[in-house]
Design a protein. Structure first.
Length: 333
């Protein structure tokens, strides 16, 4: 099979398009003929050797391919040959074929295309778990989504709105404000202000009658985290999702005590390993919302398999508008 291969950890320019042996499904695995795979920020960390879970080179990166099941392991019982699925593989998605446990496969709604399904991978499930499980959203909560123009941010805005929240979108680049508003954001919080430490809180308080945000989702870290923690409401919950800003922040826990706030983290791949039934619930609801029109396909740019370097560079250089998806074949629906 054709595949994009990491021979050694390093810059994305070192990746090559080559061939690997066709994978064979064992035990409860299924074999998926890949039609589309999203390109994620986390893929860059895996490729460069900076992620917490690293496969041994050579390997094929890529999480969450979508395609058609063409083979079954002897113990697979739920998924059938011919099913259209989103396959939440941890690696292997940048290839024509991928194997994954059937417990990590989710059958697509009839009207969802493979690129649309793939665009949800790692983003929509992260946002769903951040809001539902880690932050325990309840009716009436106000939500501040930081990094709101990124994949997780856009998904979080849509999901929070589907749940009925008042949603504030934290944006540092004004060119990306329309993207956040298109996703459904009720208000914009400027993350580029020079007085961010006080300015972020002032903006949030102005939008919440001085209460602060009940829930903050933070994929950025760095100075934004330092400012955002001060914008939480009493008994508010902040969910740490990542550190795209570069610096891993620290926190004086007396502040947590004095404001009765919670700071929690989310590593969504752990849920796939330890609570697959909860991930099934997540995708069932996401697909139901999609069919009901409560959430829309995430904005995306499609790249052909051969142009994978351009796709990865768009994520690395932060020039992407919405999701970046590799399409492996022309019949992507």
């Amino acid at each position: 099979m054709r595949a994009i291969i990491v021979d050694a950890y390093g810059p994305i320019e070192n990746l090559r398009l080559g061939t690997m042996p066709d994978p064979v499904p064992v035990r409860d695995e299924v074999l998926v003929r890949t039609h589309a795979t999203t390109v994620n920020y986390v893929d860059q960390l895996v490729i460069t050797g900076k992620y917490q879970f690293l496969p041994k080179p050579p390997f094929v990166p890529g999480k969450g391919p979508a395609g058609i099941v063409i083979g079954l392991g002897p113990d697979a019982k739920r998924i059938k040959v011919g099913d259209r699925v989103l396959a939440m593989a941890e690696i292997g998605g940048y290839a024509e074929l991928a194997t994954v446990s059937e417990s990590q496969c989710y059958v697509l709604p009839p009207k969802m295309s493979f690129p649309e399904a793939s665009s949800m991978a790692v983003a929509s499930d992260t946002a769903w778990f951040a809001l539902n499980d880690r932050a325990r959203y309840k009716v009436g909560d106000t939500v501040l989504v930081l990094g709101a123009s990124g994949a997780v941010g856009i998904a979080a805005i849509q999901i929070a709105k589907a749940m009925g929240a008042f949603v504030m979108a934290g944006i540092s680049n004004p060119d990306k404000i329309p993207l956040a508003k298109l996703a459904g954001a009720d208000a914009i919080v400027d993350l580029a202000r020079p007085d961010l430490r006080d300015g972020l809180r002032a903006q949030v308080h102005a939008l919440t009658d001085g209460r602060g945000a009940d829930i903050i989702l933070d994929p950025l870290g760095g100075d934004v985290f330092d400012a955002a923690i001060r914008a939480l409401a009493w008994c508010g919950r902040l969910v740490v999702i990542g550190f795209a800003a570069g610096r891993i922040p620290t926190l004086k826990v007396n502040y947590v005590l004095l404001k009765n706030i919670e700071v929690t983290g989310l590593q969504v791949s752990d849920y796939r390993k330890k609570r697959p039934e909860q991930v099934e619930t997540c995708y069932r609801q996401l697909f139901d919302w999609f069919q009901a029109g409560k959430i829309s396909p995430l904005p995306m740019t499609a790249y052909t398999f051969e142009n994978f370097h351009e796709a990865l560079a768009a994520i690395r250089d932060r020039t992407a508008r919405g999701r970046v998806v590799l399409t492996h074949r022309t019949d992507t629906l």
